[in-house]
Design a protein around this ligand. Structure first.
Ligand code: 5GP
Ligand code: MN
Length: 320
């Protein structure tokens, strides 16, 4: 029954994509490797079907994703997407709600929405929803959809999809890596996906200022034994002094602490504090903690954003 439902959703998604000519593809605020990789893969695929596609995000993207083919075509706009009504279809990728796109003008749109995602807090906001909680990444779901659409998986599409899978599985280290994930990875590699660049830019290469920032975050780790949470902070000033983005790398790195029930990285930018929460434990759903602060995410990796400032006091760091 569930399989049939999934099939119906896939068929409806293909129908929507095939009949639309002008398509808007959007992702989420603080876009990551899965969000951007999936957006680009979809754009390339739809272009091959002679569709006109605009990719828009509300933030800038991490510089380590610049190697992705076609990334210069993603428009980074805060508020206005011009002539929103002219789009026949909006595709939301990797986002649990339309608000997470950060694009205010989408609210006024009456175009149908195709929602492709794998977050458990997805509000099923689309006209058609392909939401698979067990998928490692949105890129993995998209791969299946592109096959169903009959799209030829080119080398560039394969690179973008593999970037999404590699990012969200944290280089195949997270338990969301399944045999299906590895099967798809194998197929993408056989299509020529550039694993060398993905490993280099997502995992290995770090600038001097990034490594220094990692050093600061590591030096400030502190353990709250009562809660079992190990946390660290990076203030606005710390981040300004470095060219770094993509702080989730630090969040993933500290999540390996065996004594911690959960780990938390708080970082401040433009009067906002973002929290990256991680847990390795199967009996903890860390997205519930993120939800208390207005955020969300997955069971083992979640985040939230609050307004405030990180201030150092004698007793330690405080949010003001
Ligand atoms: P990160 O800690 O790397 O920012 O995010 C971990 C996971 O939680 C990602 O899947 C991300 O999309 C999700 N996430 C991060 N911040 C938020 C938020 O404010 N709201 C929701 N719903 N999900 C978030
Ligand atoms: Mn994702």
């Amino acid at each position: 029954m569930r399989y049939e439902l999934a099939n119906i959703q896939l068929n409806r998604a293909c129908y929507l994509l095939k009949k639309s000519k002008y398509i808007l593809v959007c992702g989420h605020t603080r876009p990551d490797g899965d969000c951007i990789g999936s957006m680009l893969a979809l754009k390339l695929a739809l272009n091959s079907l002679s569709k006109r596609v605009s990719c828009v995000i509300s933030d800038t993207f991490p510089p380590n994703l610049w190697f992705l083919p076609g990334i210069e075509q993603i428009k980074s706009r805060k508020k206005k997407v011009k002539k929103i009504k002219k789009f026949d279809l909006i595709v939301s990728l990797d986002s649990s709600s339309l608000e997470r796109s950060g694009l205010e003008s989408l609210r006024a749109s009456t175009s149908p929405v195709l929602n492709i995602d794998h977050h458990q807090d997805n509000s099923l906001f689309g006209s058609v929803n392909i939401v698979k909680l067990k998928a490692s990444s949105s890129a993995e779901i998209l791969y299946n959809l592109l096959l169903r659409l009959g799209v030829e998986i080119t080398r560039d599409i394969a690179t973008c999809l593999l970037c999404g899978i590699f990012f969200d599985t944290d280089a195949f280290r997270n338990p969301n890596t399944t045999s299906r994930t590895l099967e798809i990875t194998s197929k993408l590699l056989s299509k020529g996906a550039c694993a060398k660049k993905i490993v280099r830019y997502l995992l290995q290469e770090k600038s001097l200022s990034t490594l220094k920032l990692w050093g600061k975050a590591l030096a400030r780790l502190s353990e709250n034994r009562k809660l079992g949470i190990v946390s660290t902070v990076l203030s606005e000033e710390d981040i300004k002094q470095s060219e770094t983005e993509g702080l989730e790398g630090i969040a993933n790195y500290i999540s390996c602490l065996p004594q911690a029930k959960a780990t938390l990285l708080l970082s401040e930018k433009n009067g906002l504090i973002h929290g990256n929460l991680r847990t390795q434990r199967d009996d903890i759903d860390i997205s519930k903690l993120a939800f208390l602060f207005g955020g969300g995410g997955h069971k083992k990796a979640a985040g939230f954003t609050i307004s405030g400032k990180l201030v150092k006091t004698r007793a330690g760091w405080k949010v003001e």
